[in-house]
Design a protein around this ligand. Structure first.
Ligand SMILES: NC(=O)c1ccc[n+]([C@@H]2O[C@H](COP(=O)([O-])OP(=O)(O)OC[C@H]3O[C@@H](n4cnc5c(N)ncnc54)[C@H](OP(=O)(O)O)[C@@H]3O)[C@@H](O)[C@H]2O)c1
Length: 468
């Protein structure tokens, strides 16, 4: 191929670049130490073995697994593991001067944090998929890596196999990301999809997800929203340059969603998704994780089952979507091994420590929930008697919250029983309404007043509405 008026394009400069790299390291392989050999670690070993030739070509030198740290030496492992490299002593990885890249796929904060810090201090490149650790200590770890001129890569930590970290760090480095709207937890998305599509209860959909291996025996981290919150904090670090305390991220899960909410959402033209939402407002940022009604025809509404998606909005680029498998051994291993390749290539080329160069991450104010402006879905189980609808609308109106749509249907779908006394004679009905844009603090004031009314049979169901 020839470029017009220029020299021929060399589409395969590899022999030259590779020989340069070999000269730099004397052709020595990049030695890898793995901390953990579970779901993700097993996938990493498989990909490193299956794609070894291609990966060596891309890195310029072979990639070799020197040590793998586990707790239990007897446990069955993937066939790609050479059992001779197993150890229970992590010091054999982080303190071994021959190991160039430490891959942390053990999870949790202790001892992962101390081991990563030690690896960085000893000048090693680090790859991790540990969102919990990054959400708590990401900025400090990145600063440490930068000071030591080593790379810290973490594509596997958010969205499993979907390339969202690179997209934010590199592809959108020239733009200003204004908004992130994401489905970041496959367990929640699976449960909500099944509730919507089959009319199943939360408990039944959770049991199904557990039977299929999509939910843990203790599903709290997923269904209570914390996993998605950790991932949102990591995304906010790259999208908004924000160092955020997890206590500042409003986090709620999906346990309170009932079948009736799916039915009413559908009737109003919406689907319920568990969303992680980030906005850069200039003087502050908005970060929240909660069930959200979004229009049925929107792109995110059609991300079903265990799939994840991140919708980014850049000031210059506009909307952009990454979408795919957000967890699992091989999808996550694709991200981790690509990180290993990147870090190895930088070491082999003598340019380690460039990944985080110029990245600025600092504390930013997170807008309190009471100050956000949104539309709301509100479902009330109330006594079926004249005047109740008027009292609801009046109380909301007095607080400055105006109603866009309202429906009444009885008897109440959740079967709320009359409390007793005079109320016991009244059947209960659902009143469901959609508000216009309102400040959340005002909505909460109105709900506090409504909570004192005798006609209310159970706590209100509140979900925010977004138009992503
Ligand atoms: N699973 C996914 O789909 C996924 C997706 C994205 C990110 N991640 C992240 O990837 C990381 C690993 O997840 P995973 O699902 O692969 O976990 P996992 O299956 O529980 O594997 C953890 C591995 O680490 C080892 N380990 C844990 N603590 C240890 C310790 N103190 N000393 C030595 N070895 C220790 C375990 O050893 P034994 O085998 O001997 O018990 C096991 O091999 C986590 O940070 C997770 O959040 C996972």
């Amino acid at each position: 191929m020839k470029t017009e008026g220029g020299p021929p394009l060399n589409l395969n400069p590899e022999p030259h670049a590779a020989s340069d790299r070999r000269r730099l390291r004397g052709g020595a392989p990049i030695q890898i130490g793995l901390l953990g050999c579970g779901t993700v670690g097993g996938g990493v070993l498989r990909l490193l073995a299956e794609n070894s030739g291609y990966l060596a070509e891309r890195a310029g030198v072979p990639l070799v697994v020197k040590r793998v740290v586990v707790r239990d030496l007897e446990k069955e492992r993937v066939a790609a593991l050479d059992r001779g490299v197993l150890t229970t002593n992590p010091e054999e990885v982080v303190d071994d001067p021959a190991i160039d890249v430490v891959v942390e796929v053990m999870g949790g904060e202790t001892p992962a944090r101390a081991l990563i810090e030690r690896a960085i201090d000893r000048g090693k490149g680090v790859v991790t998929a540990n969102k919990l650790l990054l959400a708590a200590h990401g900025p400090a770890l990145l600063a440490r890596a930068s000071a030591r001129q080593v790379d810290l890569a973490f594509e596997g930590a958010v969205g499993g196999g979907i390339p969202i970290i690179r997209t934010l760090r590199d592809a959108f480095a020239s733009d200003w990301v204004e908004r992130v709207t994401a489905i970041l937890n496959g367990t929640c998305n699976y449960i909500l999809t099944r509730m919507r599509d089959t009319g199943a209860s939360f408990d039944a959909a959770l049991r199904e997800a557990q039977a299929l291996g999509y939910a843990e025996a203790d599903p709290s981290l997923d269904v209570d929203g914390h996993d998605a919150a950790h991932k949102l904090i990591v995304l906010a670090m790259l999208a908004f340059g924000a160092q955020v305390d997890s206590a500042d991220v409003h986090t709620s899960g999906i346990r309170s969603i009932e079948e009736a909410d799916h039915r009413y959402a559908d009737r109003f033209g919406y689907t319920i998704k568990h969303l992680a939402i980030g906005r850069d407002l200039g003087d502050s940022i908005e970060l929240r994780v909660h069930p959200t009604l979004i229009p049925k025809q929107s792109v995110l509404a059609n991300v079903s089952g265990v799939l994840n998606a991140v919708l980014l909005e850049g000031r210059a680029v506009g909307p952009s979507l990454v979408y795919g498998r957000g967890a699992g051994d091989l999808p996550t291993a694709v991200s981790v091994v690509s990180d290993i390749l990147d870090v190895a290539r930088s070491i082999a080329s003598g340019v380690a420590g460039m990944q985080g160069r110029g990245m600025s991450i600092k504390p930013r104010a997170v807008r309190p929930l009471g100050e956000i402006v949104s539309r709301y879905y509100l479902r009330f189980a109330v006594e079926d008697r004249p005047g109740v609808m008027g009292r609801l609308a009046g109380t909301l109106g007095d607080a400055g919250v105006s109603i866009e749509q309202i429906v009444q249907q009885g008897p109440t779908s959740s079967g709320a029983a009359p409390a007793g006394g005079a109320a016991a004679r009244q059947p209960a009905v659902d009143v469901v309404l959609i508000t216009h844009d309102a400040r959340e603090g005002l909505v909460r004031n109105a709900l506090d007043a409504i909570a004192r009314e005798q006609f209310l049979r159970e706590p209100v169901h509140l979900f925010r509405i977004e138009e992503p």
